[in-house]
Design a protein around this ligand. Structure first.
Ligand code: PHE
Length: 447
């Protein structure tokens, strides 16, 4: 097999930026803060952190390790670790691949809106008011056009491969993202009204604690760490054998969680700054406005109240979101592309265009059947497929894969691993505790 010359990330930092680039996305900057806002502030934050460290982190290690061991696309890697039951691995790989394409097909639509909101104020400033208004109005043609504007760069980055495409762009864009973030947070925290949002974010309101909240926090943790749809597995397959997986995974998880936390420091205060500037942030029923209303009406309305400065701040904010979305979208596209290049022995160039084309068609179908399909695809892929597949990957690693093989894979990057507490705990933990915890979370909600 061509595995000996298989592509690799060129450095450990490059891998961390790419994996963190996948993890840090709309889930952090939009999903996490809005969920926190409507779920009792710090209560959600606390349960979320618990879910990340208790469930998501161990499973992230499992996905990365399976991928690196297989040194191949997820379908093949999963079958390589499935012992005598290769078909189980192959099947799970295929379902994961479908999950990744499903997520990408709705993700590009949302990312397209962000592109629209990024460009619209600039068009308004230069006198193209009609075009600016069109970009902010909801229509099928607009959704389609903007989705294409986002899909094409995603395809182009993946076409250039691992080191020259994914790694290079993640390494360029992630520092810009961090910088924009810091500037925005500092700016917002000094605006009148910000402290009220900060209080709501950091002071827990225990009345919100419920099984539903725990399930949401778990789903959010899986989505945020890009688990369950083979993304981390395919990135793991390009990771050097000398990298220490538990440590690298911890760095990725910390970056991702850190950015989610900081996004809360940005969005929650921003809502109350908006209110201070006369923008409504509560619905008539008294509930805090959430998700799309927040990002697509409250925040732009706040930027409007800030005059010319608001135009640039608005641009920076949406640029930040677009960058975060792009580094996630490329990781999603890499999953089917890696499978096609290896399974059908196609060139990357060819695979990326036909697969990108098919996903674009799927997105277009969602655009034209928005009411029926959008919510459905989001729910099926993120609320069901991600946690359930994440759990099944853990079961494969825990029950079908030989413990000694796992150790052999892990010690390559950390020779002392066999003696550490990590190795005493992790295998049994992934085998027994993770599945039980997940079933408890689901079960508690269903009862
Ligand atoms: N983690 C990304 C985010 O937070 C979304 C994502 C999910 C990316 C699954 C890849 C796989 O937005």
């Amino acid at each position: 097999m061509a595995n000996t010359q298989r592509a690799q990330f060129s450095s450990r930092l490059g891998f961390i930026l790419a994996a963190a680039g996948s993890a840090i996305g709309l889930g952090n900057i939009w999903g996490f803060p809005t969920q926190t806002a409507s779920n009792g502030g710090a209560v959600f934050l606390f349960i979320y952190l618990l879910m990340v460290f208790v469930l998501a982190y161990p499973l992230l290690i499992a996905e990365l390790t399976i991928g690196r061991y297989g040194n191949a696309n997820p379908v093949r890697s999963l079958s390589a670790v499935s012992g005598g039951q290769k078909w189980i691995g192959r099947l799970l790989g295929l379902v994961g691949l479908l999950g990744a394409t499903g997520i990408l097909s709705f993700y590009t639509i949302v990312a397209g809106w962000l592109v629209g909101y990024m460009v619209s104020p600039l068009l308004a400033l230069t006198g193209f008011t009609d075009a600016a208004a069109w970009l902010e109005s909801f229509s099928e043609t607009r959704n389609l056009a903007l989705m294409l504007c986002f899909m094409v760069p995603t395809i182009l980055v993946v076409r250039n491969g691992i080191a020259n495409g994914i790694e290079r762009w993640s390494s360029r864009l992630m520092p810009v993202l961090f910088l924009l973030f810091v500037i925005m947070v500092i700016y917002i925290l000094f605006q009148p009204g910000a402290m009220e949002g900060l209080k709501m974010y950091l002071i827990p309101d225990m009345s919100h604690l419920s099984p539903g909240l725990v399930v949401s926090a778990m789903g959010q943790a899986f989505f945020s760490l890009s688990l369950g749809v083979c993304v981390m597995m395919v990135y793991g397959s390009y990771l050097s054998k000398t990298a220490n997986i538990p440590k690298t995974a911890a760095q990725v998880a910390l970056l991702d969680t850190g950015i989610a936390f900081i996004a809360g420091l940005l969005i929650m205060p921003a809502m109350f700054v908006a209110q201070h500037n006369g923008v409504a942030i509560y619905s008539e029923a008294g509930a805090l406005l959430s998700s799309d209303t927040l990002v697509f009406s409250v925040l732009p309305a706040m930027f409007d109240t800030m005059g010319t400065a608001g135009i640039f701040i608005g641009f920076a904010f949406f640029l930040l979101m677009v960058i975060a979305a792009l580094t996630s979208a490329i990781s999603l596209l890499e999953v089917p592309v890696a499978c096609a290049t290896e399974e059908f022995r196609q060139s990357r160039e060819k695979a990326v265009w036909w697969i990108g084309g098919l996903i674009t068609i799927a997105s277009a179908v969602i655009v034209y059947n928005f009411g029926d399909l959008f919510g459905l695809v989001v729910t099926v892929t993120t609320e069901y497929a991600q946690p359930i597949l994440g759990l099944l990957f853990a079961l494969v690693a825990g029950w079908l894969w030989h413990r000694n093989e796992i150790l052999k894979e892990l010690v390559q990057g950390s020779p002392e691993l066999g003696e550490t507490w990590f190795w005493k705990i992790w295998p049994g933990y992934v085998r027994v505790i993770c599945p039980i915890l997940m079933l408890l979370v689901f079960g508690w909600d269903w009862i």
